[in-house]
Ligand binder design. Structure first.
Ligand code: ADP
Ligand code: SF4
Length: 590
């Protein structure tokens, strides 16, 4: 049984750029005549797990591209792996256990094996039980789970009783190739005869005659979810269904996905938006471990307890601490004292051919974060672009002396490495404070020499945030900074932005759709209402409490606060608390 795992990320390993296998040349064990790291047949470094020791870590620290990982497995882990991709590649332990009549939520970091686990259950990946190169059968896997519920579930897969419908993570990549009109594509997959019902539930009416190639990210996501729901299956998988969706669509999608689970249908959902995951799921499994190295699925847990244990980083049932800090989304200190005003805007108006937006005057105070939320198509990005001087308002003049650094919603990566990009745009990113409080906190130091084109969505988002903060400005505007980012990093992004504003007496505007993230990061709020694509009406700036109340009222949901973790939870519709809060017009907890 391997108690230590060594992994080389083959995409990151670049033996020419590091100066001819730097790790091999510098490894103390190799220098002593052993073969702990060698040149592999693919021309990349290859670790000999039996010889290398996790106490050494010289190679891990010396690789300029962060390609080597070497970690110790938890002592308590006695089970066999379910799958290992290659000799020194990612290992997965255990599998998700769906059950009919329930929605199973899965929570875990990016790169921890969520998609791998789903692919195995979907039959798209034949697991090797950790024996790289050996062909194992479903019977071998079933033997591993003998006498458990998992064995019964695997039997059903083997007997062809499980019909799967799967919504993958990267909808943009998959649907980019699709041709024809939205409605025609959905008609083709409508095996349940529920086309009109699903189109209505997901607000697809306005885009049903649109060409597939002309959809935005949020529209692609809703079409992909609709196509999955319309399939006649008994096991439905949704990998990150909330990505790209605005706050209103998240609730609609959650309701539709929940409605799928009945005595003959099981549902599995992977999601980083905690409020959405909490609302959708009946049960939960935590996927913990070390991103890119190994992942372990926990036992089934009741949702509230599961999310709280995840935030705690500790599984009491197994006595496993999988993170050395707790994630605490406390409400933050409600700033009652007015800070000096750094920037204000007059009434602004902008008309496009069929869209009109009017914004009431407002101001930004030093050290504060103003959050913005509302459905897509109401002019949030237009407002940011007006502030950033990219779009000129028809009415109202902005102070052009105020500099605004702006992170757009769409990330168009630059050429070269992260460091080269930072060197090009920023002067002070080399200072100690920036390194410690931004690059290290966002875990970007380990990928600083990596090529931008090879970064994952979450890594690219964090680099964009660091680049924006490295610019000299009074106001920092971020359009959807939580997109593609996992729970751990959402907290870090929020902290980094908050701390930066306080330390530098600057201020930030953040547009986002993750209610928990907004709740944590904001001091004041602008709420966009109106008719998407036609007219935007802006409320605010409001206090955080007033703003959140407006948003939740608009969504028709009430929130309470979890006593243990202080995180916001959606009340069950119609529950006593839900009714009481509605009556008092208190949609947001106090
Ligand atoms: P998640 O869905 O949790 O983000 P994945 O299941 O996609 O994680 O990936 C887990 C790890 O396995 C990652 O480090 C990824 O690079 C690695 N991995 C995924 N597919 C392969 C493959 N075919 N060969 C080698 N490694 C892979
Ligand atoms: Fe060079 Fe890093 Fe690859 Fe080793 S793992 S050969 S140090 S790039």
């Amino acid at each position: 049984m391997v108690k230590r795992i060594a992994v080389i990320d083959k995409e990151k390993c670049n033996p020419i750029a590091c100066g001819d296998f730097l790790c091999i040349r510098m490894c103390p064990l190799n220098r002593a005549g052993k073969e702990a790291i060698v040149k592999g047949p693919d021309g990349k470094a290859q670790i000999n797990e039996d010889i290398a020791t996790d106490a050494c870590q010289v190679c891990v620290n010396i690789c300029p591209f962060g390609a080597i990982h070497m970690v110790k497995l938890p002592e308590q882990l006695t089970q066999r792996p379910v799958h290992r991709f290659g000799k020194d590649s990612f290992v997965l332990y255990n599998l998700p256990l769906p059950s009919f009549g329930t929605v199973l939520g899965i929570i875990g970091r990016n790169g921890i094996g969520k998609s791998t686990a789903l692919k195995i259950l979907a039959g798209a990946l034949q697991p090797n039980l950790g024996d790289v190169g050996v062909e194992h059968t479903m019977d071998d896997l079933m033997k591993m789970y003998k006498g458990t519920e998992m064995q019964k579930f695997l039997e059903k897969i083997k007997d062809g009783e499980i019909k799967l419908a799967y919504k993958p993570q990267a909808v943009d990549v998959i649907l980019r190739q699709a041709q024809g009109k939205v409605k025609d594509l959905l008609k083709k997959v409508d095996q349940r005869g529920k086309l009109n019902e699903v189109i209505e539930a997901l607000d697809i009416q306005q885009i049903q005659d649109r060409e597939m190639s002309q959809l935005s990210g949020g529209e692609q996501q809703r079409v992909a979810i609709a196509a999955t729901v319309l399939k006649d299956a008994n096991l439905y998988f949704f990998d990150e269904p909330a990505s790209f969706l605005d706050i209103t669509s998240r609730i609609k999608v959650a309701k539709l996905i929940r409605s799928l689970a009945d005595a003959n249908h099981a549902v599995v959902v992977i999601e980083h938006d905690l409020a959405t995951l909490d609302y959708i799921s009946d049960q939960l499994q935590i996927l913990y471990g070390e991103p890119a190295v190994y992942g372990i699925l926990s036992q089934l847990k009741q949702v509230r307890r599961g999310i709280n244990e995840y935030l705690d980083g500790y599984l009491p049932d197994d006595n496993i601490k999988f993170r050395n800090y707790k994630i605490v989304f406390n409400k933050g200190i409600e700033k009652t004292e007015k800070q000096p005003v750094l920037f204000d805007w007059p009434e602004l108006e902008k008309k496009f051919a069929s869209f009109h937006i009017k914004i009431t005057p407002g101001e930004l105070q030093q050290g504060n974060v103003l959050t913005i939320t509302g459905s897509n198509g109401l002019g949030k990005t237009t407002f940011l672009k007006m502030l950033a001087g990219i779009i000129k308002p028809d009415k109202g003049k902005l102070d052009s002396k105020i500099k605004i650094a702006y992170k757009p919603q769409d990330l168009a990566p630059e050429a070269g490495t992260v460091k080269e990009w930072l060197d090009r745009v920023a002067k002070h990113h080399d200072n100690g404070w920036f390194k410690q409080n931004i690059l290290e906190k966002l875990n970007l130091q380990s990928i600083i020499n990596n090529n931008i084109s090879q970064l994952s969505g979450g890594e690219l988002q964090k680099v964009y945030i660091a680049i924006t903060l490295s610019l000299k400005a009074e106001v920092y505007a971020f359009d959807e900074p939580s997109a593609f980012i996992d729970v751990e990093d959402r907290l870090k992004v929020a902290e980094v932005i908050k701390d930066f504003m306080t330390k530098n007496d600057t201020c930030a505007i953040v547009v986002d759709h993750d209610v928990q993230f907004l709740d944590y990061i904001g001091d004041a709020m602008l709420v966009f209402k109106g008719t998407p694509g036609k007219e935007g009406v802006v409320m605010g700036p409001l206090t955080k409490k007033e703003g959140m109340n407006e948003v939740l009222k608009m969504l028709g949901i009430t929130y309470r606060m979890d006593k243990e973790t202080k995180r916001p939870r959606i009340n069950k519709p119609g529950s006593q608390l839900d009714q009481e809060q509605r009556k008092k017009n208190q949609y947001y907890y106090v």
